[in-house]
Design a protein around this ligand. Structure first.
Ligand SMILES: C[S@@+](CC[C@H](N)C(=O)[O-])C[C@H]1O[C@@H](n2cnc3c(N)ncnc32)[C@H](O)[C@@H]1O
Length: 383
C-alpha cells in the first residue's frame, strides 16, 4: 500500500483542522499514529529519534529568541532566510530553519523559503512561548539532575521535601520561594499556567444554580493559589451577572503580576495560614495540591475547614488518574511534579485517602477530560 493511501484518509477526516475533532478522538488518533510510526522503527531509527529529543527543545528556544515563529505566523506569504535572518549570518540561520522544518515545526515551501503551519502558530503564542522557556530552562535542567538525584535517594518516593530541581540550581529552597527571586522565570511559569488545557471544569459545576443561593456579600468562589486569575476570569466571563464575590488568592509576587478583571477580586494569601474568607460557597484549588506531598496538602486543606459553612464545598481541579493505562502526558506531569517539588499526581484512591486524613468528606469525582482525567474532586465538611 502506498503511504499516501494510508495518510490521506486521516488528513481528509481531520480536514486540516484538529480543533474540530473531539478531544478524545484527537488524542487517541495521535497516540495510535505515534505508536504505528514507532512500530516501524528499526533499532537505528529508535536511536536517532531519541538522539534528536534534546535538540528539539533547544531549537524551539532559538526559534523563539530569534522571533521565527511570530514572524512566520504574521506573514501571509512565505518568508526567505534573508528576511528571517534580519542581517545575521544567513548560512547559519538557514541551517536552523532547515532543522525546524525537518521536525515539522515550520514548513519549507521552496528553497530557502518557509511558512507557518499549525505548530508554528502554536509557538507564536506568547503564553506557549513562556511555557517553552520554562521547560527549556527549568524543566530541562531538572530532568538532567533527576537520574543522579534518584540514585542519591536510592529511588525513594519520599524525599522529605527535597527534589531534583533543587539539585539542578544548587539551592536549598523549594521551587516557589526560589522562583520569587527570579522574576523572568516566574513570568514563564505564570504564562505556562495560563495556557488553556484540555476539557473545561466549568462544564461540570453548575454555577448558575448555586449562585441563586449566594447573596452579593457572600463569596461564590475563592480561587486558592489561583495564580494571576485566569480561571476566575473565565468563570466571571461565563456568568457575568452571578451574584457573589469571586476572589483570587496567591502569593504577593503573583498577585502583583495579575491584571484587573471586572467582577474578580485579588488578594494576597498564604494557603499555609488560616483561610480569611469565611463561608464561601466554593473553595477552588486548581493544580495546587499536585505541587505538594500529603503532609503539606493536609495542612492546606485543614486551613480551609474553619472558614467553611455547612454548605461550602471544596472543588479540587486535578487529574484523578486511572489505575492502569495512564496517558503519557499525565504520567509525564506526575514525574514533573516529583522532579520539581517532590510531589505527585493522584488516583481516586489517593484522593479519597488524602481527604479522609484532612478530616473532610469525599463527595464525588466529576471527570471533565476523559483521556488525561482532569476532574473536579468535590469535598465537604463531615456532618
Ligand atoms: C501550579 S500553580 C496553579 C495555579 C492556578 N491554580 C492554575 O491552575 O493555573 C500553583 C500556584 O500556587 C501558588 N502558591 C504556591 N505556594 C503558595 C502559598 N504558600 N500560598 C498561596 N499560593 C501559593 C503559586 O504561586 C502558583 O500560582
Amino acid at each position: 500500500m502506498a503511504m499516501d493511501d494510508i495518510i490521506n484518509p486521516i488528513r481528509t477526516a481531520m480536514n486540516g483542522n484538529a480543533q474540530a475533532m473531539s478531544e478524545v478522538s484527537r488524542l487517541k488518533l495521535q497516540d495510535s499514529l505515534r505508536a504505528a510510526a514507532e512500530s516501524l522503527e528499526t533499532p537505528h531509527d529508535t536511536m536517532l529519534r531519541l538522539f534528536n529529543s534534546n535538540l528539539e527543545i533547544s531549537a524551539v528556544r532559538i526559534g523563539c529568541d530569534l522571533g521565527f515563529f511570530k514572524a512566520l505566523d504574521a506573514s501571509s506569504t512565505p518568508l526567505s532566510v534573508k528576511e528571517l535572518a534580519k542581517g545575521r549570518d544567513e548560512l547559519l540561520i538557514g541551517r536552523l530553519l532547515r532543522y525546524l522544518a525537518s521536525i515539522r515545526l515550520i514548513t519549507e515551501t521552496s528553497r530557502d523559503h518557509f511558512t507557518a503551519n499549525n505548530c508554528t502558530k502554536a509557538l507564536a503564542n506568547p503564553a506557549i512561548q513562556g511555557a517553552m522557556y520554562y521547560t527549556f530552562h527549568i524543566g530541562g535542567a531538572t530532568y538532567q539532575a533527576l537520574p543522579d538525584f534518584l540514585k542519591e535517594w536510592n529511588y525513594s518516593g519520599d524525599t522529605f521535601g527535597r527534589c531534583a530541581f533543587q539539585k539542578s540550581v544548587n539551592t536549598e529552597l523549594p521551587f516557589f520561594p526560589w522562583v520569587k527571586g527570579h522574576p523572568e522565570k516566574l513570568a514563564w511559569f505564570q504564562q505556562l499556567m495560563s495556557v488553556p488545557r484540555e476539557g473545561d471544569w466549568l462544564d461540570v459545576v453548575q454555577f448558575d444554580e448555586h449562585a441563586k443561593s449566594v447573596g452579593s456579600d457572600r463569596a461564590l468562589l475563592v480561587d486558592v493559589g489561583g495564580s494571576i486569575g485566569h480561571q476566575s476570569a473565565r468563570l466571571r466571563a461565563r456568568y457575568p451577572d452571578a451574584p457573589g464575590r469571586i476572589i483570587v488568592q496567591d502569593l504577593e509576587e503573583t498577585i502583583q503580576a495579575a491584571r484587573p478583571v471586572d467582577g474578580v477580586e485579588f488578594m494576597v494569601h498564604d494557603f499555609f495560614t488560616p483561610q480569611p474568607i469565611k463561608n464561601a460557597k466554593f473553595y477552588y484549588l486548581r493544580t495546587v495540591l499536585h505541587d505538594w506531598d500529603d503532609e503539606k496538602c493536609i495542612q492546606i486543606l485543614k486551613n480551609l475547614i474553619p472558614a467553611m459553612a455547612p454548605d461550602s464545598q471544596i472543588l479540587i481541579d486535578e487529574m484523578a488518574l486511572p489505575t492502569s493505562g495512564v496517558h503519557w502526558w499525565s504520567a509525564c506531569l506526575d514525574l514533573h511534579m516529583y522532579a520539581m517539588l517532590g510531589a505527585l499526581e493522584r488516583n481516586e484512591e489517593q484522593w479519597r485517602d488524602l481527604l479522609e486524613k484532612a478530616g473532610l468528606k469525599f463527595v464525588e469525582i466529576r471527570p471533565y477530560q476523559p483521556v488525561m482525567r482532569h476532574s473536579i474532586i468535590v469535598a465537604e465538611l463531615k456532618k
